[in-house]
Design a protein around this ligand. Structure first.
Ligand code: AMP
Length: 213
């Protein structure tokens, strides 16, 4: 699982893990954006919360994860942005126990507030496939088209500066306590997420390879 603040690079690293190791990834944020784009009641309700920077209720998130695991959870899988509360961590333990499996790796991407603010201010995301990049890379500011699927690269509604303050506050009060929740578990590894995506991925992939051996 990949844990960390908004803008810590969870989504980017998750995408690199899927491409490199062919491991299935699930991200509640991506599922919820898809539900919103489809206009489902769940997507609309969750979007109201996300737009204001809040966390979606634990029961909804756990339901989405369990549902996803039924279809995709046969082999290995990576959670991007789950769990985000201690309650979700506890529910995940129950789910893993039921599946008679254990957590291999919990990667905490540590980033400074400066990194978070800079990244979120310049973040662009493909509306179609979720590819994430920045306004400063590869001329995307002039031609905001996804290099993978030709979808439009747009700013996320919740990347707005005032919403970010609420997201950071939610992170501090609800997600950071997961650090001590997993501290006693030797699955937990902290990685400096302030560096560029390739450097971070070198550390992430070394950990995954070690676990695969
Ligand atoms: P993300 O794409 O991971 O940044 O998630 C976007 C938004 O979806 C978050 O700001 C939350 O509102 C919601 N969300 C995603 N994952 C979770 C989670 N594990 N628990 C609660 N809300 C979540």
């Amino acid at each position: 699982m990949l844990l960390g603040a908004p803008g810590s690079g969870k989504g980017t690293q998750a995408e690199m893990i899927t491409r490199h190791f062919a491991i299935a990834v699930t991200s509640p944020g991506t599922i919820l954006r898809r539900e919103r784009d489809l206009g489902t009641p769940l997507g609309i309700k969750a979007d109201e919360i996300s737009k204001q920077g809040g966390l979606v209720p634990d029961e909804i998130i756990v339901y989405l994860i369990e549902d996803w695991l039924v279809l995709h959870g046969k082999d290995g899988f990576v959670f991007d942005g789950f769990p985000r509360t201690v309650k979700q961590g506890e529910r995940l333990n129950e789910i893993l126990q039921k599946r008679q499996t254990a957590l291999d790796l919990a990667i905490w991407l540590e980033v400074s507030e400066r990194t978070v603010r800079d990244r979120i201010a310049g973040r662009l995301q493909c509306r179609r496939c979720g590819f994430t990049t920045s306004l400063t890379s590869a001329g995307f500011a002039e031609r905001p088209i996804c290099p993978y699927c030709d979808g439009p690269l747009v700013r996320r509604h919740d990347d707005d500066a005032s919403v970010l303050e609420t997201r950071l506050a939610e992170f501090k009060t609800k997600t950071e306590p997961l650090l001590s929740f997993y501290e006693k578990d030797d699955a937990l590894h902290r990685i400096d997420g302030n560096r560029d995506r390739e450097t971070v991925f070198a550390d992430v992939s070394a950990l995954i390879e070690e676990r695969m051996r």
